[in-house]
Design a protein around this ligand. Structure first.
Ligand code: NAI
Length: 389
């Protein structure tokens, strides 16, 4: 990876104000390699709190806005207007905010799930096509170099025909009704009007679904889902098991959970083919385990000289100096910046700007959530009691 020698793109942000989670990760990721410079924002649903927060981020008070509509109008009038916006707000607001920025001619970086309804996701994706703007969706885990290595290995047929995909994203932080005890982040995540129809499946199942498809290149043909609500009073699933059937015959199991005590952020992917198996676990993200049919199981380390160009493009430090979550997120930002520049310059993006999550991936994620919830609601017949119990 080379140091960025071109001027940073001017970035605006919606959401991500004081106490918010992902906005800060976006800010760190956007500036880690100098790909973007944050210059404007409507950081909070509470405008006054957003303005106070903007000061702490060194934003010119003139470019701290009451809301995203004021922001678009004011930025439109500037010569040094923002070049892209990062949307870091709860799910139900992604659609109107992204739509407004796309229509105003801005490139957009949007959080997942892209929208709360399939109709909105389709409309956004069409709008991206119609406006010719870029839209990146922050499927974080596809920023890891060892995930790109895994993807390259599958593409190079090192695993042979894929048979089984196991992917899981269990969390513990919502194992009790913290939404009723003032936890704002849990409150909107458990409110169908703000989160959408999916609970754990929309919040983290979408990450798992994207990761599995990203690495294997497999296309989902059908699914069968079981959703559970373990915490009393919760309106959305806090645990999901989804059987996956891929085009070509591979089978999979996806598990997302918000109630799994002991699991911090253990997103894990295992892929088994006719010639080999791969395993990756985000709590040890610098390593990929590969078990070939013939030969010993090996641990492939990030930073090695023999890794793919895709992995190398996303690597900053030599093996043994750990890279992790923030660097993976920054890789997405580097990719988005490169995609935006390449688009402007009418050229093919370099390695860092290829295989990045875009609006279409966001749309697929929303379609997945819809199908999971529909399956769980309509497919009552999947439960059979064994004859001898
Ligand atoms: P949060 O509740 O911590 O923060 C939301 C922020 O948005 C707050 O500052 C709030 O004031 C602001 N906000 C809400 N409505 C707004 C509006 N209309 N205009 C301006 N600001 C507004 O939420 P969190 O956990 O940061 O999640 C935000 C989004 O990021 C969600 O869509 C979530 O699914 C996604 N997310 C993605 C992750 C990833 O790994 N890519 C990880 C965590 C969250």
């Amino acid at each position: 990876m080379s140091v960025n020698q071109i001027r940073p793109l001017r970035l605006g942000m919606v959401g991500g104000g004081e106490g918010a989670y992902i906005g800060n990760i976006h800010r760190i990721a956007a500036r880690l390699d100098g790909a973007f410079q944050l210059v404007a924002g409507a950081f909070d649903v509470d405008a006054a709190r957003g303005h106070r927060f903007a000061v702490t981020q060194g934003i010119d008070p003139v470019r701290s806005y009451d809301d995203y509509q004021v922001m678009i109008a004011a930025e439109n009038a500037r010569e040094d207007r923002i070049e892209a916006v990062a949307i870091c707000t709860p799910n139900h607001t992604h659609f109107p905010i992204a739509k407004a920025f796309l229509e105003a001619g801005y490139d957009v970086i949007c959080e997942k799930p892209l929208t709360t309804t399939l109709k909105d996701a389709i409309e956004l994706e069409r709008l991206v096509e119609a406006t010719g703007r870029f839209m990146g969706v922050t499927y974080t885990y596809s920023g890891y170099p060892m995930i790109h290595e895994a993807r390259e290995m599958v593409a190079a047929d090192q695993l042979g025909k894929i048979r089984v995909v196991q992917v899981e994203y269990p969390l513990e932080w919502m194992a009790t009704a913290i939404e009723a005890q003032g936890n704002a982040q849990a409150a909107w995540r458990t409110d169908p009007k703000k989160s959408g129809r999916g609970g754990s499946i929309g919040d983290i199942g979408t990450h798992a679904y994207h990761l599995a498809g990203f690495v294997t290149g497999l296309k989902l043909e059908a699914l069968s889902a079981d959703l559970a609500r373990f915490v009393d009073g919760r309106l959305l699933d806090d645990n999901a098991h989804v059987l996956l059937s891929y085009v070509g015959g591979a089978r999979g199991l996806l598990w997302s959970s918000q109630v799994s005590l002991g699991c911090s952020n253990g997103i894990r992917l295992r892929v088994f083919g006719e010639k080999g198996g791969l395993a990756w676990f985000q709590e040890q993200p610098n390593e990929l385990t590969f078990a070939p049919l013939l030969g010993r199981t090996e641990i492939i380390k990030r930073g090695g000289d023999d890794l793919s160009a895709a992995a190398k493009a996303r690597t900053r430090t030599p093996p043994g100096h750990p890279e992790g979550y923030l660097e993976a997120f920054a890789n997405l930002y580097l990719g988005f910046a490169e995609a935006i520049r390449a688009h402007r310059e009418g050229r093919r993006p370099t390695a860092i700007g290829q295989h990045i999550p875009t609006a279409y991936d966001g749309l697929k994620g929303v379609a997945f959530v819809e199908a999971v919830v529909d399956s769980a609601e309509i497919d009552e017949r999947r439960w059979l009691t064994p004859y001898a119990v």
